[in-house]
Design a protein around this ligand. Sequence first.
Ligand code: B12
Length: 800
Amino acid sequence: MKILDFIKNNILVLDGGMGTLLQSRGLGAGELPERWNITHPDIVRSIHQSYYDAGANSVSTNTFGANLLKFSREELEEVIKAAIENVRAAKEASENKSEKFIAFDIGPLGKLLKPYGDLDFEDAVALFAENVKLAEKYGADYIFIETMNDSYETKAALLAAKENSSLPVFVSNAYGSDGRLMTGASPAAMIALLEGMGADAIGANCSLGPDQLVSVANELLKYASVPVLLKPNAGLPEIRDGKTVYDITPDQFAKKVSELVDLGIGIAGGCCGTTPEYIEKLSALCCDKKPRAIEKKNHSLVSSYTHAVDLNNSPILIGERINPTGKKLFKQALRDHDLDYILKEGLDQEAAGVHILDVNVGLPEINEAEMIREVVCELQAICPLPLQIDTSDPEAMESALRRYNGKAMINSVNGKPESMSAVFPLVKKYGGVVVALTLDENGIPTDADGRIEIAKKILAEAEKYGIDKKNIIFDTLTLTVSSDKNSAMVTIEALRRVKNELGANTVLGVSNVSFGLPNRDVLNGIFFTCAMENGLSAAIMNPYSAEMMKAYHCFKVLHGLDENCAEYIDFASNLTNITANSPQSAIKSEKNDSTESLKDAIIKGLREKAREITVKELESSKPLDLVKENIIPALDTVGKGFETGKVYLPGLLMSAEAAKTAFEPISAALSQEKDNSERMTIVMATVKGDIHDIGKNIVTLLLENYGFKVIDLGRDVSPERIVEEAIAQKAPLVGLSALMTTTVPAMEETVKLLRASLPDCKIMVGGAVLTEEYAKMIGADFYAPDAMGAVRIAESICVS
Ligand code: B12
């Protein structure tokens, strides 16, 4: 039986943990578990068989970390072939009569993707592709992508699976206790992305126990129209007698997971800490249950790397400003490749309250496919809003969709056969909600009937590609009312009928209606209200227009869509200038200045802007004042946001990058001021396990500026390496930095080793988690809260 047929009528019981079982059978620290497929096939097979014997219907190959970053091409093939054979042998040896499948396991690559890390998206796709091809070649039943904690890497893996095999693909992510992936995605965002790309089952594994995963499971079930899988840990980890143990028993585990099966989970197993005993209990409770019939959910989701936006709820605002049409400065920015100009336009619209950003960068004289890909990559690195890919060029559309970290809105397709045959395959492959214009080879029908007919034609054609109605949003086309007095009402009538008769969503670019008329915003605002009253799902609009924003907020309040009128209150109390002559400026003026300070540029992660402002500021400010007054407060703000769950890791990384670019001109300015009479050698390092180095770099910079020779060993430096260098340099002073509570022990270890090897060497420590008291506790000689303090310490040693 095929696995996809099996899961229609049966609960699929998966296996449990592998790593700890291998360790208990002798796998040493630092050994690659995947190599055991070749070196210890009997042990691997016996573990697999114990899971089949316990009642698992599916066992995963021991290939979690097998990839070309760790193995040569030949080795990889050997490992994967052996891994699949090991599961097959276990399957044949098991006497359990239930249906059995072989899952080909794919785990994360262990590297962050650009721009947060150094692995290119296409390189990640290529790495996964290698595994997928071998999985199919050696006969796995399906691909199981698991424990992914980054949405972008998950997309790369799924894309590779889809492009390189015809096997079914299940995808499972590791959610943290905040219910999100490490890089920020919510379960709804992952459903949007993965279902859009055609995953056959979607779920969660690892990181938490079944109790802590209930809300993630519920959210997955709420949005998914495919089977949902769950593979929790055996509770939460505890350290007992120096060993990691998990806090729930096999019975407790099985009971909780089977309750979740009753709620709709169709595929269940265990992750870290679970053993064949856990799976046996789980199988006993679940194997006779019947899965719930999969209900097709009607959520029209678009998503970014953090969240999903549902077009079925209240009207959605799509910012129209990233578009060169009629904008001289924007066109020039495109020609000059001034991406910061475009990014700022995105961030300003986000601040003005839009939910989605339209991205149109088409100019005849530029390479649109390259430019739109670049803008999408840059924009999604610093802005959490979903994007609408707006282009009529299918090549540009694909180039943007491929790199987009989420499920995009796609603008647009129309009723012409050549448009549908170019765009629908892209929607099917990459996912997306596509804007469908109600026009075709005969132009725009002058009446609503004609537009409805085209809409029906588009729906019928989309169905042939397997694209659901919920992923089509109709634009019934706003025409200029001053050139045809009936046009606005035809648009509205068509819109209402699309909503009511076809049950589909609708979108309009509203601003066209007022073309050629004075005070256009007034008319646009009323037309927008009229459209919302008739069922408009989303508007492509100018968020700096007070009239448009007034219409939107009033509509929401009056329709009971604004809980406690909170959004309205926030909007209206800030709108001091509603009756002024220029309503647009009331909103826009505030936003304009928003990235003019270095601090803001760093908070927003604008790298080029941060450098540009720094260079300018250096004409009138002291380099170190810029560090103190801008860079440190900016990083503090982002750090607080991170702590409170408002900023996710990518945001933190982009701010750190922006701080780094600001440092380059600061460092150059300081080295000019530097007094070259070097006084004393100091060895500096961030301790083992800690990759924070911004603070240490400032300390280094300042010490150098004060004439000390600093040997900077970088970050994540082992105690042995630090001692080695201190001895080589005969350094009278070593400076150690640590930013995390978890790396203070490494600092203590370094202090101890230094003391043992170099009793005369003084040690100063610093970093956000340290205090004077802590420093004493771990045996350091000095502590300073900032870089200037480090200089004072160095000077005191120099003098003595
Ligand atoms: C930027 C940043 C990052 C960047 C680091 C980039 C880089 N190249 O450094 C990135 C995004 C990579 C990052 C990653 C992580 N981060 Co971080 N990060 C920060 C952030 C926002 C700012 C740190 C910073 O640069 N501050 C500015 C500098 C100038 O200040 P400073 O380092 O304290 O240095 C000054 C003084 O302390 C002193 N000083 C520093 N060193 C020394 C040494 C000596 C000898 C002396 C005398 C003085 C001295 O002088 C400096 C100048 O005045 C902080 C939050 C915060 N506000 O501190 C979180 C923070 C440090 N990160 C945190 C965490 C948890 C992480 C991650 C684990 C996140 C994750 N889930 O993956 C990873 C860690 C990975 C690892 N193994 O290290 C936590 C640590 C929590 C804790 N208490 O343990 C923090 C506090 C955020 C939070 N509130 O949750 N992070």
